[in-house]
Ligand binder design. Structure first.
Ligand code: SAH
Length: 370
């Protein structure tokens, strides 16, 4: 049963290093005790205060009394034939989100969720169809990394890359996402390089400015269209923050990164919608002068989406055009689609507050009958 909300003890997975040190100091302890504790929980995977033998008995006592180490509960795990693993986890508000581990050539990339569902409703994303039911806590977000990392450690590996590309819009849950990214990069926790921690946004412009003030993680922009008319339809938040404002924010974020770093522009290819060479040409022109690479994602289907994936030739042509125009252009290969773990296929179990899910289900049923 889910009761954590009534629990007055502090969940230490919600605190990044500086918050944890402050908490210890406020309790009359030395800051280095907080660092000892971090090594126990993140490196050794120890969740029992009593086993943390370099802390005194008294310290272990107050920790057990005042604190907890609660993780999201694993509801299910599915293994794809390509090695991808998808977990469904129950988070602090009782809903479920999905986390996907993608092993590839010496890398273990974890795709982490930041919200229960999503408020944004991009037209081609199934998460949006689930509606929305709140933000994840820092502990829910970092807990996904902890769970995957422990699974990998059992086979002598660790999480090497994190992308906040699961369910939700990370920049609309800024206050919980930021400490989680701090922990991902902290040597006393996961020690992942800032180049390998990526926040992905549909274009929450004020969030990009705030991010620039707070950190220098890698940033990916879900662009998907080279002009406002089309982007307004695909990514509705574009009506609030149009492309020009978005690219201005991108330039600002880039100015805070080293010369050698760049942004990633994500572009989901939808057949007959945004996949022509005209679109590629407009995209190349639009991005001229911005240090970025392009990540092409052929659309991953879901029921009643109304969209189709372009054929392979169209995808290749689009990619070749951009490469010839001078852009490093990656084609994201579909992983884990046999377990519905590919980009845009994550649905979790959202007790929707927006009635969007209800409308989607009705539409799906109508199409099945037709
Ligand atoms: N809200 C954030 C994080 C989600 S990232 C963002 O929009 O960036 C998930 C990425 O997959 C985004 O680039 C999203 O646009 C893309 N995507 C969503 N649905 C998809 C689908 N059905 N097929 C392919 N890519 C999809």
């Amino acid at each position: 049963m889910f009761q954590a909300s009534e629990d007055k003890r502090v969940n230490l997975f919600s605190l990044d290093r500086s918050a944890l040190e402050s908490f210890f100091v406020a309790e009359g302890e030395k800051a280095f005790r907080a660092r000892q504790l971090m090594k126990w929980i993140y490196h050794r995977g120890e969740l029992n205060f009593d086993a943390m033998t370099d802390l005194s008995k008294r310290q272990r006592g107050w920790l057990a009394e005042r604190c907890r180490l609660d993780l999201p509960e694993v509801v299910s795990r599915q293994d794809s034939r390509d090695g991808t693993i998808k977990w469904v986890v129950r988070v602090g508000n009782g809903n479920c989100v999905e986390t996907v581990l993608i092993p590839e050539r010496g890398r273990n990339t974890l795709c982490v969720s930041s919200q229960v569902g999503c408020m944004l409703d991009c037209s081609f994303c199934s998460t949006g169809k689930q509606g929305f039911n709140g933000n994840l806590d820092t502990s829910d977000i970092i807990g996904q990394v902890w769970l995957a990392d422990q699974t990998l450690r059992a086979r002598g590996e660790t999480v090497s890359n994190v992308v906040l590309m699961g369910m939700g819009e990370p920049l609309l849950n800024f206050d919980n996402v930021l400490p989680a990214t701090e922990l991902m990069m902290d040597d006393l926790a996961f020690g992942i390089s800032k180049r390998r921690v990526t926040v992905s946004t549909a274009g929450v412009v004020p969030g990009i400015y705030r991010l620039a003030e707070s950190t220098d993680v890698s940033l990916a922009i879900s662009l998907h269209a080279p002009n406002d008319a089309l982007r307004d339809q695909l990514v509705p938040i574009n009506r609030k923050y149009p492309i020009a404002k978005l690219l201005e924010a991108c330039g600002h974020y880039l100015s805070g990164l080293g010369e050698r770093r760049s942004l990633t522009m994500e572009y989901t290819l939808l057949r007959g919608v945004n996949d022509s060479l005209e679109h590629a040409r407009a995209l190349a022109q639009l991005l001229r002068g911005l240090r970025c690479k392009v990540n092409l994602i052929p659309f991953n289907p879901f029921p009643a989406s109304g969209y189709e994936r372009p054929d392979e030739r169209a995808v290749r042509n689009f990619q070749t055009y951009l490469m010839n125009a001078g852009y490093a252009t990656m084609l994201r290969t579909t992983r884990g689609d046999d377990i519905n773990a590919a980009c845009g296929q994550l649905v979790g179990q959202v007790q929707d507050r927006t009635r969007r899910q209800e409308r989607y289900i009705a539409r799906r049923k109508a199409q099945e009958v037709a």
